[in-house]
Write a protein that binds this ligand. Sequence first.
Ligand code: TYD
Length: 145
Amino acid sequence: MLEEQKCRILGKCKIVNFPKITDFRGNLSFIEEKHQIPFEIKRVYYLYDVPSGATRGGHAHKELQQLVIALSGSFDVVLDDGYDRRKFFLNRPHYGLYIPPRVWRELENFSSNSVALSLVSQVYDEADYVRDYDEFKRMIENGWK
Ligand code: TYD
């Protein structure tokens, strides 16, 4: 595989800023599909009551795209495309992390009372998951066939 192809997937992971309307009554942010995020939202789920020291994720997706937001509190998202690894710290509800398909992710270091909101491009389908890291590496080597 060419060097530039190796780097490409992690390079597509990025922080997305949402509009923030500040007001003495409290702030408001909004997300519109295809404007702030590059996919149609098919499902929303959220992690909460995460015990201190717990790790979530630990998988990659074949097709699913995702946007993760720290609606409350903070946590780290460690992303790995099989060649490079990068850690993102999320702690504000007016930005999120876009994760394209074929990226291994782990969510860790949850603060107390944190809420991790995910907007995703597919309904739940276990067949889209790769939950074993060695299999993830094999999928990369085989071009995800
Ligand atoms: P899991 O994928 O392990 O959570 P995470 O990767 O975010 O830590 O999901 C935990 C369980 O919840 C697993 O049995 C699948 C189920 N689940 C659903 O039924 N629907 C969903 O939308 C999600 C995200 C998980």
